[in-house]
Design a protein around this ligand. Sequence first.
Ligand code: MN
Length: 295
Amino acid sequence: MKIAAFDDHRIGLVEGERLYDVTAAVPAALDALPQQRINWLIAHWAEAQPALQAARAKAAGRALDGVRWLPANPQPPHVFAAPANYQKHIGELGARVVTKKGRSAREQGFFLKAPGSLVGAGGVIGLPKGSTRRFDHESELAVIIGKPGRDIPRSRAMEHVFGYACLIDATMRIEPETHEEERSMRKSFEGFTPLGPWIVTADEVPDPQALRNRLWVNGELRQEASTKDMIVGVAELIELISSVLPIQAGDVIASGTPEGVGPFAPGDTLRIAIDGVGDMSLTVREREAASPRPY
Ligand code: MN
C-alpha cells in the first residue's frame, strides 16, 4: 500500500495513477492536530484496516497531477540519520566532512535532522540568500518505523519497520577552520529533508537491501547505487538507535547516502527515484529573507 499526506494534511492511498482520500479512516479528534494523522495511522494500523477499507471504497479518486504533496510523514517524532554508511561515499568529500577518518555509521552512530526541515514531493529546498557555501544532495532510503520499541536486537528489527520512502538529506558543508557549524543545523534548513512521495508499506518491499537508488540534478544522473552496499544495514540501524532511546511509530531513519554526492544551486531540479518505493522531484530556491549571519 502507498500512503500519502497531501493538501491540508489529508491522507490518501495511491493506486496506480490515482489518489484516494481516506482521511475519514482517522478519528475526527485528529482534526485538531491533522499533521499527526500519519503517526496515528501507523500506530493503529491493524485496528484501522476496516475503516481504511470503508473509506477507500467510498473515495472517488483523483489524478495525481495537481496534488500538493506533503512530507510522507509530516511530523515524525524523530528523524534519525546515518552518517558514512556506504564505503565508496566515505572520503569523496575530502576535508568537508566531520566523520572521523576510517569510521562509519557503525562507530559514529546516528545524528538527528529537525522534523521541521521535511518537505514533500514537488516542494522547495530553500537555500540561505546569497550564500557562497557548498550545498550537497544525498540520496537515501528512508525507513519508517511502525512498532515502537527499545533495545531491539537486529534479528527482530524488521518487525518494527512500517515502510519506506525516498529521502534527500540536503547538507550545507563545513569549510574547515572558517565555517564548522553543528551537523544538525547544517542539515536542517527549511526544505532540507525531502521525504516522499509516499510511504510504501514494508510488505511491498521484499528486500530493502536490494534497491536501486538514483538521484539526478537537472536531468543529469549524479548518484546510482544499490542499498546492498550499506555498511550498517536497516536491521542493525534499528538495533543501534533503539539501544540509545525508544523508537516510536512514525519515526524516520535516513539510512545514509552512497557515492556521487555533489553540489546543487538555486534554480536546480533534484529528482530521486528508488525502485519499488517512489520517484519525486523538487526545486531549489534561494530564500527571500536575508540571513543574519554569513552561512
Ligand atoms: Mn546523509
